[in-house]
Unconditional design. Structure first.
Length: 327
C-alpha cells in the first residue's frame, strides 16, 4: 500500500472515531450537570408546591395558654373545652401585634394580646410574645401566655430595650363585673430562654428621689454575677452618675434606707448571700419567694492617690436596681 493510500485510510478512521465518541462525551457532560444541580422541589409522587420563603407571622404560631398548646391559624383557633365536650373554647388575637426587638437578635419579634372565650361567661385576656425563630425557617415561635384579667380593657403596648409594657384598665378588688374597668395597670415582661416572665417591677416604684434614672432594660443575672441559685430573668435600671460627691454616705444612705423601708413593708427580706461591698460601693439583695431585688451602687474616685495613698473623693456615684425572677 502506498503512503498516500495509508494516510487517506487513517484519516477516514479518525473521522469515524470522532463521529462516534464526541456525541457520547456530550451526553455524559450533560448528564453530569443535571445530576449535580439540586432540585428546587421534591421529585416523585410526593412532590409538593414549589418551596417558598417562610414569613414571620404571629397570627400563625403556637402559644402556651394555661398550660395548653394553642395553635393559631390566621389569628384564631377553636378547641374542645375537654375531650369529647360539646363546649368550645375560642382563642383569638386581639388587635394588631406590636413589633419590636424582644430577644436581642438582628430581627424584630412581636408581642400579642390573646383573648379566650367560651369557658363560662368570662372573656380572658393574656399577653404573649412571638419570637423570630431561624430554626423554624424564620417563622414565629410563640411563648407562654401571661394572664392579664377577665373582661379588662386593653389600652396600649410597646417594646423597648427588650421589655414589653402592657397598659390596660381593670376593676378594683371586689368590684362586680358589671362595673366598667377604670383602674389603670401596667405590666412589664421579658423573654429569657423562650419563656415570658412577668417582672414585679412595680415594687421599686416610685424610684428613689434625687437620682436621675435611665430607661428600663431587659437583663439577666447568673451565678457568675452574684450568689444566686440559678439565672434570674428581669429588668435593670441604671442611673446617671451623680458627679463630684464629697460625702459618699450622704448620697448612698438615703438610697439604702428608702428601699429597706419600702421592700420590708411589702414582705421582702434581706438576702445576705447577695451582700457585697467595697470603698464607695455596695450590693444589697432582697428576696420574696423566687423574686429578687438587687440594689447596687459604685463610685469612681477622682483622686487616685498616685498609686501610693488611698483613693479619695470627689467621686462620681452610679446606682442600679435589678428586679428579676428565678428561672
Amino acid at each position: 500500500m502506498s503512503f498516500k493510500k495509508f494516510s487517506r485510510s487513517r484519516g477516514r478512521i479518525t473521522w469515524m472515531l470522532l463521529a462516534v465518541f464526541v456525541p457520547v462525551i456530550v451526553v455524559v457532560v450533560v448528564l453530569m450537570y443535571f445530576l449535580n444541580v439540586p432540585p428546587t422541589r421534591p421529585i416523585g409522587p410526593e412532590a409538593g408546591p414549589p418551596i417558598t420563603q417562610a414569613v414571620f407571622d404571629p397570627s400563625n404560631a403556637i402559644y402556651i395558654v394555661d398550660g395548653e398548646k394553642v395553635v393559631l391559624a390566621d389569628g384564631s383557633t377553636t378547641q374542645e373545652a375537654a375531650p369529647g365536650s360539646a363546649e368550645k373554647i375560642t382563642t383569638k388575637l386581639f388587635g394588631t401585634p406590636t413589633v419590636g426587638n424582644i430577644g436581642g437578635g438582628d430581627k424584630n419579634d412581636a408581642a400579642v394580646i390573646l383573648v379566650r372565650t367560651g369557658a363560662g361567661s368570662g372573656t380572658f385576656y393574656y399577653v404573649a410574645a412571638a419570637m423570630y425563630d431561624y430554626a423554624l425557617g424564620n417563622r414565629a415561635s410563640g411563648t407562654n401566655a401571661v394572664f392579664l384579667g377577665d373582661r379588662i380593657a386593653p389600652d396600649t403596648m410597646q417594646i423597648a430595650n427588650g421589655v414589653i409594657t402592657v397598659n390596660y384598665a381593670d376593676r378594683a378588688a371586689g368590684e362586680p363585673m358589671t362595673t366598667a374597668p377604670s383602674i389603670g395597670i401596667s405590666k412589664y415582661l421579658v423573654v429569657a430562654g423562650g419563656t415570658l416572665y412577668d417582672v414585679p417591677i412595680a415594687v421599686i416604684y416610685p424610684l428613689a428621689s434625687g437620682i436621675a434614672w435611665g430607661d428600663m432594660k431587659m437583663a439577666t443575672v447568673s451565678s457568675g454575677d452574684a450568689n444566686v441559685p440559678g439565672t434570674l430573668a428581669g429588668i435593670k435600671i441604671v442611673s446617671q452618675p451623680i458627679a463630684n460627691i464629697t460625702d459618699l454616705s450622704a448620697v448612698s444612705l438615703p438610697f439604702e434606707n428608702y428601699y429597706k423601708k419600702k421592700l420590708t413593708a411589702a414582705g421582702w427580706t434581706v438576702d445576705n448571700a447577695l451582700a457585697a461591698g467595697g470603698p464607695g460601693a455596695a450590693v444589697i439583695g432582697y428576696r420574696k419567694g423566687n423574686e429578687y431585688v438587687i440594689l447596687q451602687y459604685a463610685s469612681v474616685f477622682k483622686n487616685n492617690g498616685g498609686g501610693i495613698a488611698p483613693e479619695t473623693c470627689p467621686c462620681d456615684m452610679t446606682f442600679s436596681i435589678f428586679v428579676g425572677i428565678l428561672k
